[in-house]
Design a binder for this molecule. Sequence first.
Ligand SMILES: C[S@@+](CC[C@H](N)C(=O)[O-])C[C@H]1O[C@@H](n2cnc3c(N)ncnc32)[C@H](O)[C@@H]1O
Length: 295
Amino acid sequence: MNYRHIYHAGNFGDVFKHILLIDIIRSLCRKEKPFAVLDTHAGAGIYDLQAPEARKKSEFVGGLAKIMGATDAPEPVARYLKIVRDFDTSETPRRNSPASLDPSEHHPDAPRCYPGSPALVAAVARKNDRLILVEKQPAVAAELRRGLKRDTRAVVHEMDGYNAVKAFVPPTEARGMVLIDPPYEQEGEYEKIYQSLEIGMRRWRQGTFCVWYPIKEPGAHEALMDRVRESRWSEACRVEIRVRPAVDVKSLVGCGLLVVNPPWGFSDTVKSVCPWLINRLAHPGSGRWSLERLS
Ligand SMILES: C[S@@+](CC[C@H](N)C(=O)[O-])C[C@H]1O[C@@H](n2cnc3c(N)ncnc32)[C@H](O)[C@@H]1O
């Protein structure tokens, strides 16, 4: 496996996933009782958007850079942008430009540092909440540990994310969420996701489980949705955005988030965020979004 999320950091998929993730974590903060977040595929935590890897395809140009300066963003998007900006201000002095970088390629609409899911959760979680961060690649796990700078709420486990569901669910807090965000580079990923949801639902009926997935045509994710429908778990929904036309079967046209046990008010967030995002991010004539209850 040689997937590195830095090549995709800040793209439209990250923007969509991270806005909704922050909203779910904020919902957990409504009650005083602490919660735990299990991030099964955590990644490096901090991404340098000026690094050569991030610049290879500059995917953030089609995502974050298109909304960074927005003044008309709905509240959940504005909150996300503020966290990204604050994060950039606090992280940038620690990072120097690689010598190879051409200054003329600087994107004024993109920050230098982009926070991945562990950093975003850490920014919203409170002092007694807990982050269980799982990353399989040793070098990436080491980078994640470094970026956390001794945040005592977080523990990084270098292991398989699906085994982590068996190991850490349910958390002792009995409140919280699991984020499953794999690279989708291996055969059988959807099967592993379903098995993890199945175990999760058996052991932790009230836990919130989120699965990010890519949308290509024809949709490999549809079989998972059918199984979730048939499983009759308490409550589940999927949110999808499509931002590009399909050029061939390999092209990424959009992405989705499957949420089992969404928090109260989640559909209102989706209805305010998705039309706005489509307007900003989609190629002309290709923008679509949908919210579907699966239970
Ligand atoms: C899509 S990235 C994660 C992005 C991150 N969740 C975010 O939103 O910022 C997927 C990560 O999963 C890691 N990974 C791949 N297979 C894994 C596995 N079986 N268990 C845990 N981590 C894995 C990859 O090394 C990569 O860092």
